[in-house]
Write a protein that binds this ligand. Structure first.
Ligand SMILES: [Zn+2]
Length: 256
């Protein structure tokens, strides 16, 4: 392999690891936000449960107040009843009293209902609160893990950046610039391995002359379609590629 191309292949490997680390570091805040969102759901469950318990208590209080008012009304009616002059008046007071008594009974029934509803509601709140606590611990642990991972990634990235600087100075500047140009244009791949006589990146079949020149390793060659630098791995695998009978080692036609 051409010495520069061989260095560029190593550089590309570094660049791919760098890109992967950068991606990992970049998605981390999003990952943490997603984790925290699951906490929101649990928090809303707790809040809804607490609101239901408090509404239940409020309703009971309101009904108890209503019973008190009805009782006061009854006692006032009883006083007035003592001064009734006619049977009709007496019956009218009695009707009003029994109306108040019905209202009290219905309020009492409703209070009993609310009391029996209150236990499950309170239990639901306790369950939701326990769930929230558990989830919070999980989220905290996941966040810590994610932050640790970022710190590790950042340190690894620094090492790789240093390694890259050292790799770059060994490459002929014009070849390095060409690699950078192609890499930026071609989604991070500036140099492509030849597989089965084809450019491994764009799959274009290469002319036999190009394959032969590549094998010699004297000059830097580029794919005529995607423009990437080309390389073949070891010499014997290159021999395999052109001399193997069709279909012997590969499922795709070699085109050579
Ligand atoms: Zn290509």
């Amino acid at each position: 392999m051409n010495a520069d191309v061989s260095l560029v292949v190593g550089l590309q490997r570094l660049d791919q690891r760098i890109a992967e680390l950068r991606r990992e570091i970049a998605i981390l805040p999003e990952h943490i936000a997603t984790i925290e969102k699951t906490l929101d759901q649990q928090l809303r469950r707790v809040e809804a449960g607490r609101a239901a318990v408090s509404a239940n208590q409020k309703d009971r209080k309101r009904l108890e107040e209503e019973i008190k008012i009805q009782e006061q009304k009854i006692s006032k009616l009883r006083d007035q009843m003592l001064q009734a002059k006619t049977n009709d008046q007496y019956r009218a007071f009695q009707n009003e009293i029994s109306f108040c008594e019905t209202a009290i009974r219905s309020a009492e029934d409703r209070i009993l209902d609310l009391m029996s509803e209150s236990d499950p509601l309170e239990k639901a709140v306790r369950t939701a609160e326990a769930g929230l606590k558990q989830k919070q611990a999980m989220v905290d642990a996941e966040k810590r893990e994610a932050e640790q991972k970022t710190a590790t990634d950042r340190a690894a990235l620094q090492d790789l950046d240093r390694e890259r600087e050292q790799a770059v100075v060994r490459i002929t500047p014009s070849i390095y610039r060409a690699y950078e140009r192609i890499r930026k244009k071609r989604h991070g791949t500036g140099v492509s391995e030849v597989l089965d006589g084809r450019c491994g990146a764009c799959n274009m079949a290469l002319r036999p002359q190009v394959l032969q020149d590549l094998r010699k390793g004297e000059e830097v060659l580029y794919c005529e379609v995607c423009g990437r630098m080309l390389y073949v791995v070891p010499a014997e695998s290159f021999e395999d590629q052109i001399e193997a009978p069709p279909g012997a080692a590969s499922s795709s036609p070699t085109g050579v």
